[in-house]
Design a protein around this ligand. Structure first.
Ligand code: NDP
Ligand code: PYC
Length: 336
C-alpha cells in the first residue's frame, strides 16, 4: 500500500467539490468537507475519507437531503431547537452556532437540540472549537441499531458517541470522543477491510454468539456496549438526550430498508455549552491545567485527544496522509 500526502486546504477543496458534484449545496459541501478533511488530518480514519463513499451513496439514494436549509428556533433564553430538514447535522449546528455561543455567554449555559438530522462523522469536531474559544461543550448523537443493550438478546441502541471538550490554560483543549459501543461501527468496517480480528467481548454474530470476526458482526451480527452495564446506561442516556429530547428518531425508529444505499443515520443530536467564566471559583482553564498536570504526575502519559493533536501538527507540516488509491479515487469522484 503506497501512501500519498495532500495539503489540508487542498483536501478540503477536493472533498467540497465531490459533495457538490453529488448533490449538496455549496454551504453543506464546505461544512462536510471541513469535517471529513479534519478527521483525516487528525488520523481519525474511521471518519475520514473512508466515509466518502457512504456519504455519496446516501445522497444518491435520496435518503438524506444535501441541500436542506436548517430552521433555527430560539425557544428560550438557554434553549435552541433546530430542524435540520432531513439534511446533515453539522450544517444545522453551523446555522445555530453563533446564537448558541451568545446564549451560553449570556446565561452561563445553553442547549442546542437538533432533530431530523443525519450524523455520519466523528463528534469531536462539533465540540472542540467551543473549547478553543474558552467554553466547555458536551455533545451526544445516536446512530443506527447495531448495539445490544446489556443483558438483552437483540440490538436496539446505536453506537452513540459522547464528546466533551474543555479549555486548558497551557495546552490544547482537553477533548474526548468515544462511542458507547465497545468499538465504533466504522472501526469494525476498517478491521474487516484489513482482515483484522476484533478484541474479545466486542461483538456477536447473527445468532448472538460471541465473535471476534468483524465480518460476522457486519453481516447480521451486532456490537456490545463498552464496560458492560455502565456503557449500556450511557448509550441509553444518549438515545434519550439525542433523540428523546430533541424530537429526533431513536436509533431503532427509522427504516432505511426501502432506500438501497442509505448509510447515514437519521436521528438527532444534543449539544450543551457552558461558559466557565460564570464560575465563582478559580479560572476553569487553570483548574483544568492543574488536573491534567496531576494526571500526568501520577503516570498518565497519553491524554485523550493527544494522538489527534499530534497527528494534526504533523499533517500541517507534511500534508494530510492517505492511501494513494484513496486520493486517486477522490480525484475521480471530483471529476478531475
Ligand atoms: P476511540 O476508542 O478510538 O477513542 C476514544 C477516546 O479515547 C478518544 O478521545 C481518544 O483520544 C481516547 N483514547 C484512545 N486511546 C487512549 C489511551 N490509551 N489513553 C487515553 N485516551 C485514549 O474512539 P471510538 O472508537 O469510541 O470512536 C471513534 C469515532 O467514531 C469517534 O470520533 C466517534 O465520534 C465516532 N462515532 C460516530 C458516530 C456517529 O453516529 N456519528 C457513532 C459512533 C462513533 P484520541 O482522539 O487522541 O485518539
Ligand atoms: O462509526 O459507529 C460509527 C458510526 C455510526 C454513524 C457514523 N459513524
Amino acid at each position: 500500500m503506497s501512501l500519498a500526502t495532500i495539503p489540508f486546504e487542498e483536501l478540503q477543496n477536493l472533498l467540497a467539490q465531490i459533495f457538490v458534484r453529488h448533490g449538496t449545496s455549496q454551504r453543506v459541501a464546505e461544512v462536510l468537507a471541513h469535517n471529513c478533511a479534519s478527521a483525516q488530518r487528525d488520523g481519525a480514519h474511521s471518519h475520514g475519507v473512508f466515509r466518502i463513499p457512504g456519504y455519496l451513496s446516501s445522497l444518491g439514494s435520496g435518503w438524506v437531503n444535501g441541500k436542506a436549509e436548517p430552521v433555527v428556533t430560539d425557544t428560550a433564553p438557554s434553549y435552541i431547537n433546530v430542524d435540520a430538514g432531513g439534511g446533515f447535522a453539522q450544517p444545522a449546528l453551523a446555522a445555530a452556532r453563533q446564537l448558541l455561543v451568545d446564549k451560553a455567554r449570556e446565561n452561563g449555559i445553553a442547549l442546542l437540540a437538533i432533530h431530523n438530522s443525519h450524523h455520519f462523522a466523528a463528534l469531536w469536531p462539533d465540540v472542540e472549537p467551543f473549547a478553543e474559544e474558552g467554553l466547555i461543550a458536551i455533545s451526544v448523537v445516536n446512530s443506527m441499531t447495531c448495539v445490544v443493550p446489556h443483558g438483552a438478546q437483540k440490538p436496539l441502541f446505536g453506537t452513540n458517541p459522547i464528546a466533551f471538550a474543555a479549555p486548558r490554560a497551557n495546552g490544547e483543549p482537553v477533548v474526548f470522543d468515544m462511542a458507547t459501543s465497545a468499538i465504533a461501527h466504522g472501526d469494525v468496517q476498517l478491521a474487516a477491510l484489513a482482515g483484522k480480528e476484533l478484541a474479545p467481548g466486542t461483538g456477536v454474530d447473527r445468532n448472538g454468539n460471541p465473535t471476534n470476526d468483524p465480518r460476522e458482526v457486519l453481516e447480521g451480527g451486532a456490537l456490545l456496549t463498552f464496560g458492560g452495564y455502565k456503557g449500556s446506561a450511557l448509550s441509553m442516556m444518549v438515545e434519550l438526550l439525542a433523540a428523546g429530547l430533541t424530537g429526533g428518531n431513536f436509533s431503532f425508529e427509522f427504516d432505511w430498508s426501502q432506500h438501497p444505499g442509505a448509510k447515514t443515520p437519521w436521528t438527532g443530536q444534543l449539544l450543551i455549552v457552558i461558559d466557565p467564566g460564570k464560575t465563582t471559583g478559580a479560572a476553569f482553564a487553570n483548574r483544568c491545567e492543574t488536573l491534567v498536570e496531576r494526571m500526568q504526575g501520577v503516570g498518565q502519559t497519553r491524554m485523550p485527544g493527544q494522538n489527534r493533536h499530534q497527528n494534526r501538527a504533523k499533517a500541517l507540516v507534511e500534508g494530510v496522509s492517505l492511501k494513494a488509491e484513496e486520493l486517486a479515487q477522490l480525484r475521480e469522484l471530483a471529476g478531475l
